[in-house]
Design a protein around this ligand. Structure first.
Ligand SMILES: [Ca+2]
Length: 462
């Protein structure tokens, strides 16, 4: 029988042990260098040689600093951090490939990733498996150096994946970023210099593609792919999980040969996956050679700008083709508060200089209103828009530089319809300004239009 004193002593020892245990789990910082050795202690002066050594050793809270140089490694990350103690892989080193397998709470920051050995292989340069969640890729350069059929980043199905401020380039006959799963975001990144490749393919649900720049997506003469898109989902036998509640917002797709979009609900055997409810808002498509299309129910286009989209088509087209075909039916779609200027095969054509309906889609199932179409005729193509602005100069700050902010005298100010599901413009300016929405991706902010001020008069020197 223990005395009260003995019991208290044992309790005290237990508490002390717990505190001691907590104290020893401090985060470590490791170093990897091309001049290192994996039997080193991994200090800055005595670093490891391989990133995989770090991958095998790190626990929650640890960081590895991968120093400059090329590491001919395809690293597999399969150990997890926690919500409060992530595992961080920090650059600037250059790896061949990174895969996560069942890993959570990982940050990959400032690395270059892609094929440094020059040999091609299938898959992506960064692959995040379906059992990996809470993964952040940021400030990375992802470059397969035109190796055919190699993707940049592939998210196979996890959630809470973030790709932020990365550059993905030199993608050939593949896709720069593939997203599946849910609650995943690709933002503030650049996709550039691709060859017969798509910038984005997106499946799953509640995923967001925002504030990215897509430019110089080239279509070569001997492409084995018949098209190249800014963004594409499809259903059918290959993707029965579908693609729905997807948001594309604030992106700039500029100076590129790709299609503006290519949204089809059905492909392959016609399995009816749920591909629907896509939202495009506050995006700019400018100097995009090929038009977009949607065959997806409830594709919502709000406050976008389409300028010189589809000028490279070989036949009549507009900027976006909203219709019905074997690929699906865009019934329920909405086209509101957008700008259409000089689009299509013949940009001045009254029928095709803006958006078009195709396949005999029932116009009454589409809501189109409050759009601006420059120099074209809204009475054409059997479309009658309510509250539109048809023709006249839109008065942008600098059209030649694709600065689509509105000048004070623009006829697009206060001509938009209030949209309930978001309330900001491409700059993040809360909208509507002055209580009434404007047409286009930028809300007019009084006094912020760069209009040369009127010279003051009536002043005198005292
Ligand atoms: Ca306004």
């Amino acid at each position: 029988m223990m005395s009260p004193f003995q019991k208290a002593l044992i309790l005290l020892i237990l508490v002390f042990n717990c505190l001691s245990f907590a104290k020893i789990s401090e985060a470590a910082i490791y170093y990897v260098s091309t001049r290192g050795n994996d039997s080193n202690p991994s200090t800055e002066s005595l670093p490891w040689r391989t990133v995989q050594k770090a991958t095998n050793m790190m626990v929650a809270g640890d960081t590895v600093n991968i120093q400059a140089g090329t590491y001919d490694e395809s690293v597999v990350i399969n150990r997890s951090g926690t919500a409060n103690s992530v595992i961080t892989y920090s650059g600037p080193g250059h790896l061949r490939k990174i895969s996560t397998v069942g890993a959570n709470y990982i940050i990959v920051d400032g690395l270059a990733v892609g094929n440094p050995g020059g040999s091609a292989y299938s898959g992506g340069q960064i692959e995040i498996d379906a059992d990996s969640n809470y993964i952040t890729l940021r400030n990375c350069l992802i470059d397969p150096q035109q190796a055919a059929h190699v993707e940049g980043v592939v998210v196979y199905g996890g959630h809470d994946i973030r790709v932020n401020n990365c550059i993905i380039q030199n993608i050939n006959l593949s896709t720069a970023i593939v997203v599946n799963g849910f609650n995943n975001v690709v933002t503030n990144s650049v996709v550039r210099n691709t060859y017969d490749a798509h910038a984005f393919r997106v499946w799953g649900y509640d995923n967001t593609i925002s504030y990215n720049t897509v430019t110089n997506n080239l279509i070569t003469a001997n492409a084995e792919q018949n098209h190249s898109d800014f963004i594409q989902p499809f259903g059918g036998q290959w993707h029965p999980e579908g693609s729905y509640n997807i948001v594309g917002e604030g992106n700039s797709i500029i100076n590129t040969q790709a299609q503006a979009s290519y949204l089809s609900a059905l492909e392959g055997d016609g399995v009816d996956a749920n591909v629907s409810h896509w939202i495009f808002r506050n995006n700019i498509w400018a100097n995009v050679s090929h038009c977009g299309q949607t065959r997806v129910p409830y594709t919502l286009f709000y406050n976008n700008i389409f300028y010189k989209v589809g000028n490279g088509q070989s036949s009549a087209s507009g900027s976006i083709d909203v219709g019905v075909s074997s690929a699906g039916n865009a019934a329920g779609s909405e086209i509101i508060n957008n700008i259409f200027l000089e689009n299509g095969f013949t940009p001045g054509d009254a029928n095709t200089g803006w958006y078009v309906y195709s396949g005999g889609i029932d116009h009454s199932l589409i809501k189109a209103s409050n759009n601006y179409a420059g120099g074209t005729n809204y009475a054409a193509n059997n479309v009658s828009e309510m509250y539109s602005v048809n023709g006249g100069a839109p008065q942008f700050v600098n059209l030649a530089e694709c600065d689509f902010h509105l000048l004070a005298g623009s006829p697009l100010i206060d001509r938009g319809e209030a949209i309930s599901i978001f309330n900001y413009d491409k700059d993040g300016t809360p909208g509507p300004q002055a209580s009434v929405w404007d047409i286009g991706a930028y809300a007019y902010v009084p006094g912020d239009d760069k209009t040369p001020p009127t010279a003051p008069s009536g002043l005198s020197v005292q």
